[in-house]
Write a protein that binds this ligand. Structure first.
Ligand code: NDP
Length: 397
């Protein structure tokens, strides 16, 4: 049976470890490695406490390729699941190529010093992965991830031509803190404070950060104001969906969250460039991260639901059609199951399903792949079984 190595022991890494450990029919051995070993130990203890099996834990600096290659050669996994930070994507892809291991992640590479979200760096590995006969699957979280697969399903089964896609993401939950981010604060704030961008008629159009908003009705949550953001799956979907005319991404934020962000932006604490502080260089957003609650600590007591999906419009048999594909996930339920809030859960479960598609050969092919390029059917069947059921709703055109 296949072996899996998970790198990153944050909120998402915890869910991935719990779910891989539970997949006793797929993985013979599960190893969790991260920069801080104690975080891996804590997750291992939690899995055992909840009645799961023993997993192996290791310490690794994923920025260091030789160190990671050494770990890969020792563990000999069939797949590496990267749920560290986007900064580690390229070093982990390098390490996988060197050790001959398949690779999967949930977020595209970002350089530390520029908030720039694009696939160019990882797509540039295409030839090397093809030549090595290895597979790399990019963005196997919820968005990117399941949202790409919903689009692939719509393209395969529901439409002849997809013309418009709106990806809508609502966290209707409450963690009770004045301000906190649901996943890594640095990555989250860089994403939200960047300029908005969407794709229309073959061109990228830019908007000021959080300047365009619309109300969407989210199943399980209700109507919520949603803001247009750039999100990485737009880039690959604009490339891979046939006949597409426009694709946009929307996310909900509460008034208080936005007020905090605005004030933090005004005083400069979300800056990502180094500043002098008492003779030392510090990066304000990294200092802010140290002050904010750890996203995995929000899980206990989190109430409410997430509701994320794709509103897809296009033509089927010459007729116009609009369909909403979505999932609703309950924070309290995910806490009960794996001690995580729903944002970590909705990211971690698809990472496990993606890895299972690879090790069972349901997805195969040397090269670098985005999720919508692979068969959606086995993925959707597995992800529903593992905790993220999905629904298709016909909407009025
Ligand atoms: P966290 O910050 O909670 O966890 C990140 C983990 O990675 C930490 O354990 C951290 O170690 C570890 N890490 C960081 N640098 C290194 C390194 N050099 N070597 C080894 N380990 C390292 O983040 P989340 O769990 O919230 O997010 C994980 C990933 O999931 C991110 O890439 C995020 O962008 C992505 N994501 C994707 C989503 C999707 O839907 N596609 C949604 C949400 C998140 P340490 O404990 O020492 O800091």
């Amino acid at each position: 049976m296949p072996k899996v190595l998970i790198i990153g022991a944050g909120g998402v890494g915890g869910v991935v470890a719990h779910k891989c450990a539970a997949a006793t029919d797929v993985f013979s051995e599960v190893t969790l490695a991260s920069r801080t070993r104690s975080r891996c130990d804590k997750i291992r203890d939690q899995i055992v406490e909840l009645g799961g099996r023993e997993i192996r834990v290791e310490q690794v600096d994923a920025d260091n390729v030789p160190e990671t290659v050494k770990l890969l050669r020792d563990v000999q996994p069939d797949v590496l699941i990267n749920v560290a930070l986007p900064y580690q994507d390229l070093t982990l892809m390098d390490a996988c190529l060197e050790a001959g291991v398949d690779y999967l992640d949930t977020a595209n590479y970002e350089p530390l010093d520029v908030a720039k979200f694009e696939y160019s760096w990882q797509w540039a590995y295409q030839d090397r992965f093809v030549k090595a006969g290895r597979m790399a699957v990019l963005g196997s979280g919820f968005d990117p991830g399941v949202t790409n697969v919903y689009c692939a399903y719509a393209q395969k089964h529901l439409f002849d031509t997809i013309e418009y896609v709106d990806i809508v993401d609502c966290n209707g939950g409450s963690h009770g803190k004045a301000f906190a981010t649901n996943f890594n604060p640095e990555i989250n704030i860089r994403e939200i404070t960047a300029r908005g961008r969407y794709w229309e008629q073959g061109e990228w159009k830019e908007t000021d950060p959080l300047s365009v908003a619309k109300i969407f009705d989210y199943p399980g949550v209700g109507e919520r104001k949603s803001f247009l953001l750039y999100h990485e799956e737009l880039e690959s979907l604009a490339k891979h969906l046939r006949g597409l005319k426009r694709i946009r991404f929307w996310m909900t934020f509460g008034e208080s969250y936005l007020k905090h962000l605005e004030v933090m932006g005004n005083i400069g604490i979300t800056r990502i460039d180094p500043v002098d502080f008492q003779g030392q260089k510090i990066v304000p957003i990294q200092f802010l991260k140290a002050l904010l609650p750890d996203p995995s600590s929000l899980a206990a007591g989190y109430t409410g639901k997430t509701s994320i999906g794709c509103l897809v419009e296009g033509l089927k048999d010459g007729k116009r059609r609009k369909v909403f594909l979505y999932n609703v996930c309950d924070h309290a339920e995910t806490y009960k199951e794996v001690r995580a809030q729903a944002i970590s859960y909705t990211t971690g479960v698809p990472a496990v399903t993606g890895a299972i598609m690879m090790v069972t050969g349901k997805w195969k092919g040397a090269g670098v792949w985005n999720m919508e390029q692979l068969d959606p059917d086995p993925f959707l069947e597995d992800v529903a079984k593992r905790g993220l059921p999905w629904h298709v709703e016909e909407r009025a055109v």
